[in-house]
Design a protein around this ligand. Structure first.
Ligand code: HEC
Length: 104
């Protein structure tokens, strides 16, 4: 395959993944599931600890991607890893829909 074709294929796969993440999330369900997250990421998605990222207003596909990476172990963090392992794909999409809709 030529380099352009490979890049095109990667971009097409990435936009498919992003579309799927956007389609599946339910913010109301995500709000209920976020009870476990707010201790660290803040009740309004704004964290008070400089080492804990804000989630408010973050892009939903990015949130899902990071949660899947924590679950798979390709992104490692002693706090987030065990939490992500308990989340289903649907949980991740709902949580992403909720946090992405909060004001920064
Ligand atoms: C015990 C504290 C704690 C809890 C509870 C927690 N997180 Fe995290 N989270 C962290 C820390 C710390 C990081 C940053 C990890 C790093 O430095 O790589 C993080 C990172 C993230 C990231 C990546 C953000 C980015 O900008 O890359 C996402 C998304 C995330 N958490 C979502 C959640 C969700 C959703 C929940 C609830 C199901 C949750 N977290 C619960 C501590 C926590």
């Amino acid at each position: 395959m030529r380099k352009k074709a490979i890049v095109g294929a990667i971009l097409a796969a990435a936009s498919l993944a992003a579309g799927a993440a956007l389609a599946g999330g339910d913010a109301a369900a995500g709000k209920a599931k976020a009870a476990v997250c707010v201790g660290c990421h803040g009740a309004d998605g704004i964290s008070t600890n400089p080492l804990w990222p804000n989630l408010a207003g973050q892009k939903a596909p990015y949130i899902v991607k990071q949660l899947k990476a924590f679950r798979a172990g390709t992104r490692q963090d002693p706090l987030m890893g065990p939490i992500a392992k308990n989340l289903s794909d649907q949980d991740m999409e709902d949580l992403a829909a909720y946090f992405s809709g909060l004001e920064r």
